[in-house]
Design a protein around this ligand. Structure first.
Ligand SMILES: CC(C)(COP(=O)(O)OP(=O)(O)OC[C@H]1O[C@@H](n2cnc3c(N)ncnc32)[C@H](O)[C@@H]1OP(=O)(O)O)[C@@H](O)C(=O)NCCC(=O)NCCS
Length: 218
């Protein structure tokens, strides 16, 4: 059975580990992290063996990047490329409660936690994170590095741009586009297209006042 390296040893790594353990997809699991204070520690039996450069010695196994923010996942993947990590090294982590119909595609490096639903003809790019109870319906397209927090629901034929972050329990009406690197606040109901790079929230969703800085916790 292949080994797995979890890159970034925070909360999402522990959630990812739970999915890996439940599915039995991998044998030995290790973690690396940029934070030296984590080196030598462990979580749920997984040792944090050092920084990113350790991954270069572990490429006979799989890798998954567990940073909660899409922009951070993108930056880590770019750094890992410099260490020889290519797309085929990345594992898909899918909790065993998740059924992926034959008409759906899930890209490498993506993490699907418990009870995510995909109905049909859903396409997820690479390094997408779908947290528990996300619902994806017909013809949805979610681009690389997007993050769908717990309970997000997408109507049919929705597109989510690269690096977008949809907060917990946000809903998106059918046929809409969520722009790249945008943020949709938790609990939002999106009824109009969300432009790239903007932060919207509320019911119905609207831009947050420009005076407020955009902040998203991992
Ligand atoms: C939208 C969001 C990114 C804004 O964060 P922020 O830039 O730090 O904004 P603040 O918390 O300072 O709030 C700014 C204003 O927007 C309001 N606001 C923030 N989030 C909101 C939301 N989801 N819905 C409605 N209003 C919201 C606040 O009440 C505040 O308004 P006020 O000053 O009139 O009271 C954040 O609140 C959010 O929803 N993040 C997603 C959290 C999540 O799903 N986490 C899952 C982790 S696994």
């Amino acid at each position: 059975m292949r080994s797995l390296v979890l890159v970034a040893a925070g909360g999402l790594a522990r959630e990812t580990l739970a999915a890996v353990r439940a599915s039995g997809s991998h044998g030995r699991v290790l973690a690396v992290d940029d934070d030296p204070s984590r080196w030598g520690s462990s979580f749920d039996g997984v040792p944090v063996i050092g920084g990113l450069e350790q991954v270069a010695d572990l490429l006979d196994g799989d890798v998954v990047v567990c940073a909660g923010r899409g922009g951070t996942r993108r930056a880590l993947v770019e750094r890992l490329a410099g260490l020889g990590v290519t797309w085929e090294h990345y594992a898909r982590v899918v909790h065993p409660s998740v059924d992926i119909p034959a008409s759906c595609v899930v890209g490498r490096g993506s993490i699907l936690l418990a009870q995510v639903s995909l109905t049909c003809d859903v396409r997820l790019g690479a390094h997408v994170v779908a947290m528990p109870h996300v619902t994806l319906t017909h013809d949805d397209v979610v681009a690389d590095y997007a993050t769908l927090c717990a309970g997000v629901s997408l109507g049919g034929n929705v597109t989510v741009g690269a690096g977008a972050y949809l907060g917990m329990n946000a809903s998106v009406r059918e046929d809409l586009a969520v722009g790249a690197d945008s943020v949709l606040g938790m609990g939002a109901v999106l009824l109009r297209p969300l432009p790239a790079g903007q932060t919207w929230a509320g019911v119905p969703a609207a831009p947050l006042p420009a005076a407020y800085p955009v902040g998203v916790e991992a």
